[in-house]
Design a binder for this molecule. Structure first.
Ligand code: FPP
Length: 253
């Protein structure tokens, strides 16, 4: 049974502070280019924003923060950039897990693991195990993740567990426990920095009724004030989930 009801099956509770924020951290390369720096300098600076977002979301009472760090398609980047990003994941995991654990943050990684180096996989597993019992913010890093991969792997896992479904009808309640983020409610707010207005194969299933927010600000320049603007924009949205305006109660935000 799914932990959280799907937005297409029932109308979720709407809170003033989003329970779950999902972010695409875009614009690192362009941030660096503007400063005549190599692209990787943008990724390095991006880690600072990542740290600030974790802190800010934790303080605001956001329960789930999900960040797209590396897509299934990012392997197509130049080899040196991919290697740099892998090294950066390793360094950040090594350096930050202690601090995250002390703050009661639970760390999760979603995505394929079979294309990462064994040392990265070991580090991921150790970090998840160490923070598994924490009850504060759940920080999810999507790495070698793709929304289509997620739906396909969930379907395959369901059919492995319940071969009888191959001839029957699969419904949402049967499938959703196998999706990579079955431990979280669907995102309330999606933020993409860097000026592009697309989902880029991020949480395709889970974003069905998420409020989308796009900003031209490059990820390394995105800060608490920018986050607040995104949340303020979210608060002004009327989340109807298919209903009419008249059916909604007055918002308390
Ligand atoms: C997109 O910007 C950013 C990425 C593909 C990598 C994001 C990674 C980090 C912020 C740091 C590492 C994260 C962890 C979890 C340790 P882009 O390179 O596409 O920018 P551009 O569109 O300006 O070229």
């Amino acid at each position: 049974m799914a932990l959280f009801k799907s937005s297409t099956q029932a109308v979720p509770e709407v809170a003033c502070v989003p329970r779950h924020i999902a972010m695409i951290m875009d614009g690192n390369g362009r941030w660096a280019k503007k400063r005549f720096l190599p692209r990787v300098a943008g990724h390095k600076q991006g880690v600072e924003t990542l740290r600030e977002m974790v802190k800010a979301c934790d303080e605001l009472g956001v329960e789930f923060l999900t960040l797209f760090a590396f897509s299934s398609e990012n392997w197509r980047r130049p080899q040196e950039e991919v290697s740099f990003l892998m090294g950066l994941f390793l360094t950040v995991l090594e350096r930050e897990v202690n601090k995250l654990d002390k703050k009661g943050i639970r760390l999760k990684l979603i995505g394929r693991r079979d294309r990462f180096a064994p040392e990265i996989v070991r580090m991921i597993e150790a970090a998840e195990a160490r923070t598994a019992a924490n009850t504060g913010l759940t920080l999810t890093i999507a790495a070698d993740y793709g929304g289509r991969w997620d739906v396909l792997q969930a379907t395959q896992a369901l059919l492995r567990a319940r071969p009888d479904f191959a001839t029957g009808t699969v419904d949402e309640d049967a499938l959703t426990p196998y999706l990579a983020m079955s431990y979280a409610p669907e995102p309330d707010l999606f933020v993409r920095t860097g000026g592009e207005a697309r989902i880029s194969n991020f949480l395709l299933w889970q974003l069905a009724y998420t409020e989308l927010y796009f900003t031209d600000v490059f990820w390394p320049d995105f800060d608490r004030a920018q986050l607040q603007i995104a949340i303020d924009s979210y608060r002004q949205r009327e989340r109807r989930f298919g209903r009419t305006s008249e059916q909604l109660k007055e918002s308390a935000c």
